[in-house]
Design a protein around this ligand. Structure first.
Ligand code: NAD
Ligand code: TYD
Length: 376
């Protein structure tokens, strides 16, 4: 029987992965290990918290002794590692925390798994250490076509406008060139994961995904922050000229890719995950304004004047564009949702779940999850 530690399960992507695994695999034991930083919120998992195959453990991944003990106690067979500090702007202000959690925390998870698995007669057989990373480790691509060209590749996630903003894409064989303290810390953690395979034979897998969007994303990130600000008619701080390009994937499609790769991916491989769906920030912002205004019954374009150009992010990466053809070719992965559908679903979710948002933005959610934890 599989016993899987999922780290960072109270965060945005982690909560979708935990939900998928708990519901889809009642025969697995899912142990969600999360420190509950500002970004961790047990309310993200309310619908599955009472399931018999689910356990929440409040712990810091940097706490090696606790993690190692938990591995033994739960006889853990696999790790899906998502816990991280994830926001670029915070990493610019406070790089130490990023090195601590993302690098030392990942090392602590690796070493705990190694020491536990090496004591077993079967050792690494049937085991898996799956590390979730980002496309930001590859650095930034240039905006060689600011007006956009027809994208050479598409998936079901691609937007109706099918734009690419340059000829180059991130492929798995590219050299890492991280620019922000966040991406530098993720790159370093990826190297440690691969080093544990190459040195000790640990069965590792790494995936690098593009920007995710969808329900339960902490409202410091572009899409939930802007939906909430439009709703409350607060300014929308657009960094620089709003020309930066990101490649967006619906979070449940990322979770489905993780499920597939966890079960079918080859050991020591890297897979890029993305839907060929590039957007300039300013164009997404227009879509968000249009969608929120329509769903709230406001006049079309009424909130366009909330757009406020502000000083650019330091070292702001220009364009991310992921080439996920390997994953499609080798494992047959396809995203399920087209971008326009995904954005509609996402905006509706945030508008329908104002209470979730208010708890976070008012700071009350901290007390909320502390109380929930005390009562367990
Ligand atoms: P998030 O910030 O929403 O959640 C991170 C979670 O990790 C939180 O629940 C937090 O409490 C927990 N955590 C942080 N430090 C911890 C520690 N020291 N010990 C235990 N738990 C800790 O992040 P997210 O957006 O869901 O991202 C999850 C993972 O996916 C990260 O590794 C990130 O680098 C990667 N990723 C994110 C995106 C994206 O668009 N959000 C894209 C590609 C890859
Ligand atoms: P973000 O959601 O922080 O993700 P990442 O930096 O990991 O791509 O930002 C997405 C894009 O939106 C990025 O180019 C920065 C920009 N942005 C703004 O213009 N204003 C904002 O307030 C935020 C949070 C982001």
């Amino acid at each position: 029987m599989k016993a899987i530690i999922i780290t960072g399960g109270a965060g945005f992507i982690g909560s979708h992965v935990v939900r998928l695994f708990v519901n889809k695999y009642p025969e697995y034991r899912i142990i969600n290990v999360d420190k509950l930083t500002y970004a961790g919120n047990l309310a993200n998992l309310k619908d599955i918290e009472d399931k018999p195959n689910y356990r929440f453990v409040k712990a810091d991944i940097c706490d090696f002794a606790t993690i190692h003990r938990l591995m033994e106690e739960e006889q853990v067979t696999s790790v899906i590692h998502l816990a991280a500090e994830s926001h670029v702007d915070r990493s610019i202000k406070d790089p130490f925390t990023f090195a601590q959690t993302n690098v030392m925390g990942t090392l602590s998870m690796l070493q705990a798994a190694k020491l536990y698995w090496e004591t077993l007669p079967e050792k690494y057989e049937g085991k898996r250490f799956y590390h979730i990373s980002t496309d930001e480790v590859y650095g930034a691509l240039e905006l060689t076509h600011p007006e956009g060209i027809e994208s050479p590749f598409t998936t079901k996630a691609s937007s109706e406008h099918h734009h690419a903003y340059g000829e180059k894409f991130f492929t798995e064989d590219l050299k890492y060139m991280p620019h922000s303290p966040y991406s530098a810390s993720k790159a370093s953690s990826d190297h440690f994961v691969r080093a544990f395979h190459d040195t000790y034979g640990m069965p590792t897998i790494v995936t690098n995904c593009s920007n995710n969007y969808g329900p339960y994303q902490f409202p410091e990130k572009l899409i939930p922050l802007f939906i909430n600000n439009i709703r409350h008619r607060k300014p929308l701080p657009v960094y620089g000229k709003g020309e930066n390009v990101r490649d967006w994937l619906y979070v449940e499609d990322h979770a489905r890719a993780i499920d597939l790769i966890f079960h079918k991916g080859a050991i020591a491989e890297t897979y890029n995950i993305g839907g060929f769906n590039e957007w300039k920030n300013i164009d997404i912002i227009h879509v968000l304004i249009k969608t929120v205004d329509r769903l709230l019954g406001r006049k079309e374009g009424e909130d366009l004047d909330l757009i406020t150009y502000v000083t650019d992010r330091a070292g702001h990466d220009m364009r991310y564009a992921i080439d996920s053809r390997k994953l499609q070719r080798e494992l047959g992965w396809e995203p399920s949702l087209q971008f326009e559908e995904g954005i509609e679903k996402t905006v509706r979710w945030y508008l329908d779940n104002q209470e979730w948002m208010d708890r976070i933005t008012s700071g009350e959610y901290e007390k909320y999850y502390e109380d929930m934890y005390k009562n367990r």
